[in-house]
Design a protein around this ligand. Structure first.
Ligand code: S3P
Length: 432
């Protein structure tokens, strides 16, 4: 059943919050913890639906994963060659990361497996990982010549390869690095701009032989990975909703504690600061090879800017909420080089253009981005999330600042990446 929520405008957002753990790092902690020898202890794991799909997939391949409380795990690693053939299809749910990374990881196993997903994931392009993996010798079949899931993977022996990816995609890069673990020799991936580098950092943390260089990364196959303690920071992509909400709602001040600020993910901070947003990074640390800080947000008058190039992959999941900031900024914001937004959980260019327009914003869709002209205030109305978690939460941020309430259709999808979103929002909302 589709869940509707009506969001009332607020007068300010004030207080101190902690957002749940990073989704990308949580996926990788299960994958590498399972392939390592010995025990991996994970703190700050995100128990969103996407990560639970990954967890269940590894349980289905014989990995013992003990859940301790809400956010801690103990994974008994089975070593690089210890996974067992799953006796059923693996359901990746809505999670592109689960499906693409596992396609790489499963390609070099000695068994057969099938990956499927929900109606949204079964529409997303998979050739971007299937194509280069097949060049390495992988045997993968899928609908539309391997472009669409379900994907059937017959594990086989893989050859060393160098792949120049036409897109800056961490999922493509990571799929090939995980396949590269099973290669006798080196696997190199180059990308046009640096995409998030959590795989590189965590592979090194677990002891893999990996070298990064300007424009790419090389991994040497058949390492012995060692179980490790992993402390996962708060997800900057979840913090982003509160950053933008705090900036555009007058009289707000929010302290967001323990947020991951890895430079390959922190484009949202650079973009909001360039728009005039007051964001301060406090108490910077570096546990488990990932930088972390508290972020102090104070409401600010934002101005429109031009966004493109290397900033785009560094903020790729934040464009829905950036478009809300732009709709409330003075002047025009232009987003270019962001064609990838068309193949996310939904077409995020089309979705934000149609939904923000319903709230009175002036938005023009481009093939690879958007042109948004700011207005003083958005109006109330009825919108839909298109079943996409980040569209849903971005529309909530817009609704907090509209003249009258906004009803959002299909809001249960926030569970994909941000369990507890609604309750956390309640703790900081000020109503006049
Ligand atoms: C992710 C990579 C990005 C991002 C996604 C998570 C990852 O996708 O949009 O939410 O964990 O590797 P692409 O690799 O398709 O850019």
């Amino acid at each position: 059943m589709t869940e509707y929520r009506t969001i009332e405008p607020v007068s300010a957002l004030r207080g101190e919050i902690t957002v749940p753990g990073d989704k990308s790092i949580s996926h990788r902690s299960i994958m590498l913890g399972s392939l390592a020898e010995g025990t991996t202890r994970v703190e700050g794991f995100l128990t969103g639906e996407d990560n639970l799909a990954t967890l269940q997939a590894f349980e289905a391949m014989g990995v013992s994963i003990r859940r301790i409380g809400e956010t801690s795990l103990e994974i008994e690693g089975r070593g690089l060659n210890g996974l067992e053939e799953p006796n059923n299809v693996i359901d990746c749910g809505n999670s592109g990361t689960t499906m693409r990374l596992m396609t790489g990881l499963l390609a070099g196993q000695s068994f057969f497996s099938v990956l499927t997903g929900d109606q949204y994931l079964r529409r997303r392009p998979m050739k971007r990982v299937v194509g280069p993996l097949m060049q390495m010798g992988a045997r993968i079949a899928g609908r539309h010549g391997g472009e669409l899931a379900p994907l059937a993977i017959q594990g086989s022996s893989l050859q060393p390869a160098t792949y120049n990816s036409p897109v800056a995609s961490a999922q493509v890069k990571s799929a090939l690095l995980l396949a590269g673990l099973y290669v006798d020799g080196e696997t190199t991936v180059r990308e046009p701009h640096l995409s998030r580098d959590h795989s590189e950092r965590m592979l090194s943390w677990f002891g893999a032989d990996l070298r990064t260089f300007d424009g790419g990364v090389t991994i040497t196959g058949r390492p012995r990975l060692q179980g490790k303690d992993v402390t996962i920071p708060g997800d900057i992509s979840s913090a982003a909703f509160f950053m933008v909400a705090g900036l555009i709602t007058p009289g707000s001040e929010l302290l967001i504690r323990n947020v991951g600020i890895n430079p390959s993910r922190s484009g949202i901070i650079d973009i909001l600061q360039a728009m005039g947003g007051q964001l301060e990074l406090l108490d910077q640390k570096n546990p488990s090879g990932e930088p972390v800080a508290d972020i102090l947000v104070k409401s600010s008058v934002l101005k429109g800017i031009d966004i493109g190039g290397e900033l785009v992959p560094r903020a790729i999941d934040e464009f829905p909420v950036i478009s809300v900031a732009a709709a409330m900024a003075e002047g025009t914001t232009t987003i270019r080089d962001a064609r990838e937004l068309r193949v996310k959980e939904t077409d995020r260019i089309a979705a934000m253009t149609s939904e923000l327009s319903k709230l009175g914003a002036s938005v023009e869709a481009l093939e690879d981005g958007m042109i948004i002209t700011g207005c003083e205030q958005l109006q109330g109305g009825q919108v839909t999330s298109h079943g996409d978690h980040r569209i849903a939460m971005s529309l909530v941020v817009a609704a907090l600042n509209s003249t009258t309430p906004v009803t959002i259709d299909d809001t249960e999808c926030t569970e994909t990446s941000f369990p507890g979103f609604w309750n956390l929002l309640k703790t900081v909302e000020q109503k006049s």
